[in-house]
Design a binder for this molecule. Structure first.
Ligand code: PEP
Ligand code: MG
Length: 571
């Protein structure tokens, strides 16, 4: 049994077997084989193992993926080809090379031969041959297989996970994610929370130990992994998980009721979403609208940007889910850790300080105009609000507002229906915007504080770098003080303030944010039942006292300890 302290990036507890997920293509090095016969035996065993794995995947995919099954059938056929193995074995003996290298070379030759065939079907099988080749190489390297291959519910271990990796897994078989990279506000964390999957990160130096372990406990709330837990430990965590589930069920029963403080103030509790599916989920969890629609999910993992019509259709469907309730759509926020290949962006030394968010859109009219048109058209008859990300100066707001005026003018002129009264706001996520909030407030209808970026920029801690992610804690007094300043400036200017960073979904933060004057809290939908429950426990005055107390504390750790002690069960 070995206990590892790591970063907590998505709450919850999991107990189960580990599954190594590798996205890197294995490239075998050529080596002289000391014992060619032994190499051949290893290869035969690896092929047998790959077949067993494939068979399990095949059965599972027949059960729940249907369309995927034939891919795995084709893979099995490749592995069953005796001529292929014979050829590779001859190379191992004849050239005296290692199994990995001979296998890779033999399979590549085979794939190239297939690819050159006239018959389109056969040519397409080249990809299957390469997939199978990698599958066997992974077994030889002691790694496990790709995301579709989960034969049983497992804890996924990976160096890093992209948003598309994270959603490719069969949700019902993923118990937890453990990654080397990615901080508490990274996109792996955001997606895991949205899927309700516990996750931890910062495990880079422990990858070898994880590889050698068979089972583990993952505590995504405390930031802990226990390798090869004994039975008593497993039982403890299984019952903790049951208690958590029970707590959630209780909060969930009340979640469609509004979050009203004991003295009668209602706090708007809304959701962070990224798709139509999320929108439906959010309503189920009690969202009273959307505080952050991350539209970039429409723009990533594709070879060209979505058209105005495609965007319109998605935005419209989302707005329809919420009827007349507010939906705050954020315009495209790519750049930083979310690149888009079709933009051919220059390599940047510091992408988070580079061309991202509004900076990028303001340079790319061909992205800005269709998106604003699609949003404004879709918002007609609904309660749409639009906000711009990564604003750092008043000049950027004025430019963005100019685009809105232009698009509205064009829609008006062509007689196209659109949301005439859509409020226009900005994300406050760069320290300059927070410090100048009184100046910027005059230009917009609302603010939404993005604590994920505000923390990384205030504390100069890259949110995706696990070695410094602990610095970028949104509970740091510097960040809370900025939130207080933004609320004060906004209210003095007569505009409202939301908060949509991950801090908004932290149960212990609720009284502080209420006390600082945040009007709307937006979060991953699964956090809504707990946050509403927490708001109902306080009066505004109590919350203000808590907020002013924490602003006097000296570190994020002290603030967290104090706020945790206020929870009914002490955390
Ligand atoms: C934020 O920065 O807090 C935010 C909500 O935006 P994102 O996490 O998408 O950068
Ligand atoms: Mg942000």
């Amino acid at each position: 049994m070995q206990e590892i302290k790591c970063l907590a990036i998505s709450p919850g507890i999991a107990v189960g077997p580990l599954f190594f997920y590798s996205t890197t293509v294995i490239k075998a090095e050529k080596q002289a084989a000391a014992d060619p016969e032994q190499e051949i035996r290893c290869l035969e065993e690896a092929i047998e193992q790959a077949k067993v794995d494939l068979q399990a995947v095949l059965e599972n995919s027949r059960k729940d993926l249907a369309g995927e099954a034939e891919i795995f059938e084709a893979h099995l056929m490749v592995l069953d080809d005796p001529v292929l193995l014979e050829q590779v074995a001859e190379d191992i003996r004849g050239l005296g090379v290692n199994a990995e290298y001979a296998w890779q070379q033999g399979m590549e030759k085979f794939a190239e031969m297939m690819a050159s065939m006239e018959d389109e079907y056969m040519a397409a099988r080249a990809a299957d041959v390469r997939d199978v080749s990698q599958r066997v190489l992974r077994v030889l390297a002691g790694e496990q297989q790709d995301g579709r291959s989960l034969a049983q519910p497992s804890i996924i271990v990976a160096h890093e996970l992209t948003p598309s990796d994270t959603v490719t897994f069969d949700r019902s078989k993923v118990l937890a994610f453990c990654t080397a990279e990615g901080g508490p506000t990274s996109h792996v964390s955001i997606l895991s929370k949205a899927l309700g999957i516990p996750a931890v990160s910062g495990l880079g130096q422990y990858m070898e130990q994880l590889r050698q372990a068979s089972t583990a406990v993952v505590d995504g709330s405390a930031g802990k992994v226990i390798l090869n837990p004994d039975e008593a430990t497993q039982r403890t965590y299984i019952s903790r998980r049951a208690a958590l589930d029970e707590k959630f069920k209780r909060a969930f029963q009340e979640t469609t009721r509004p979050a009203v403080t004991r003295d009668g103030k209602q706090v708007e509790v809304v959701a962070n979403i990224g798709s139509v599916k999320d929108a439906r989920e959010a309503v189920k969890y009690g969202a009273e609208g959307v505080g952050l629609l991350r539209t970039e999910f429409l723009f990533l993992d594709r070879t060209e940007p979505p058209t105005e019509e495609e965007q319109y259709s998605v935005y419209r469907q989302i707005l329809e889910v919420f009827g007349d309730r507010p939906v705050v759509a954020r315009t495209l926020d790519i750049g930083g850790d979310k690149p888009a290949s079709y933009l051919h962006m220059n390599e940047e030394l510091n992408p988070f300080l580079g061309v991202r968010g509004a900076r990028l859109e303001l340079q790319h009219e061909e992205l800005m105009i269709p998106q604003l048109r699609a949003l404004l058209r879709a918002g007609e008859g609904h309660n749409l609000k639009i906000m711009f990300p990564m604003i750092s100066t008043i000049g950027e707001i004025r430019q963005a507002n100019e685009y809105v005026r232009r698009v509205k003018g064009e829609l008006e002129a062509s007689g196209t229906p659109y949301a005439r009264n859509a409020e226009i706001g900005i994300m406050v996520e760069v320290p300059s915007a927070a410090i100048n909030a009184d100046i910027l407030a005059k230009e917009v209808d609302f603010f939404s504080i993005g604590t994920n970026d505000l923390s990384q920029y205030t504390l100069a801690g890259d949110r995706t770098n696990p070695h410094v992610a602990h610095l970028a804690d949104s509970m740091d007094p510097s960040v809370l003080r900025l939130i207080g300043m933004v609320c004060k400036a906004a209210h003095e200017a007569g505009i409202w303030v939301g908060l949509c960073g991950e801090l908004g979904g932290e149960v212990i933060a609720a009284p502080v944010l209420l006390g600082l004057g945040v009007d709307e809290l937006s979060m991953n939908p699964r956090a809504i039942p707990f946050v509403k429950e927490q708001i109902r426990r306080y009066t505004v005055e109590e919350a203000q006292r808590i907020a002013s107390h924490v602003l006097g504390l000296s570190s994020a750790a002290d603030i967290r300890a104090y706020l945790t002690s206020l929870l009914p069960d002490g955390g």
